[in-house]
Design a binder for this molecule. Sequence first.
Ligand code: KG4
Ligand code: ZN
Length: 332
Amino acid sequence: MKILGIESSCDETAAAVVEDGTKILSNIIASQVEIHSRYGGIVPEIASRQHLLSVIPVVEQALSNASVTPDGLSAIAVTNGPGLAGSLLVGVNLAKALALAWDLPLIGINHLEAHIYANWLGEDTPVFPLLALIVSGGHTDLVLMSNHGELLLLGRTRDDAAGEAFDKVARMLELGYPGGPAVERASREGTPRYHLPRAWLKGSDDFSFSGLKTAVVRLAEELGISTMPHPNSVAADIAASFQRSVVDVLVTKTTAAANRHGVKQVLLAGGVAANELLRETVVRRLPTPVLVPDPVLCTDNAAMIASCGYFHLLAGKVAGWDLDVIPGLKLG
Ligand code: KG4
Ligand code: ZN
């Protein structure tokens, strides 16, 4: 079964065709990074207008690259939350129109659940029960998954998401935009010489990154970063220390939860899972087998939406024409 996936929750307009939830036939992503980089962050109204311009060419390209015509599709899956309302509306509205015109089932997808499904697009098939660590720009969630559609949120961030902390630290240290890859690049030139705090929140699977972010601000002030030319080795050392602290907390808490629940596998998901230090550390430190998606499937894409849509279709989870966007949609 071939599913067309459409994703427009944030600043990537994406469409993909995936066969049987696992085989990518096409995966098109139109990024708005350059447009928003002028503002140092995503401007919601610009994002929705840009989706409006890109979404039809992106879908056409996805169908053409997959050599699929509408009558070869089994369903249309679209992200309906969480995300920016105006951005989500563009994808959902197009998906409804295409489902109506092509007489196909419409499937509403939770973007966070879909991030986990990026792991079904690799060589190894995930095995239940599994633990998924979703680390994105808006979320840091530890999810226990006992089967398709059976998700239990064990922990989440109480303040900043991991990706959000990367983005804020990049801005503070003037490392560039988008923040995650900029901090990672700077860290390669630096040494993690500063000990920054780690919020363990003992007895809980929750996370917290705001104290770490404040510690980075204080350290940068103490060291006089603002008076130094850019790039500089002090900023690189702070970036490396920050990255190490985030990765240490993520991996330590994921290991504890994986051991407690006796899962067969641990999956990484979300934009921060593209981070090399996190990928390498999680594989090295976890006793449980770990799956990590290809970096291009960690950040926002529509292949993960189509894959998740396939498993929803198998379970008969099809949306009606009243499918709405839910900017604050939760997992589970
Ligand atoms: O999953 P995603 O593409 O979008 C959301 O659903 O939020 O995640 C975006 C987040 C951003 O905060 C970005 O800075 C972060 O993922 N990110 C990274 C890396 N690549 C993207 N963080 C750390 N290292 C990276 N290489
Ligand atoms: Zn995402």
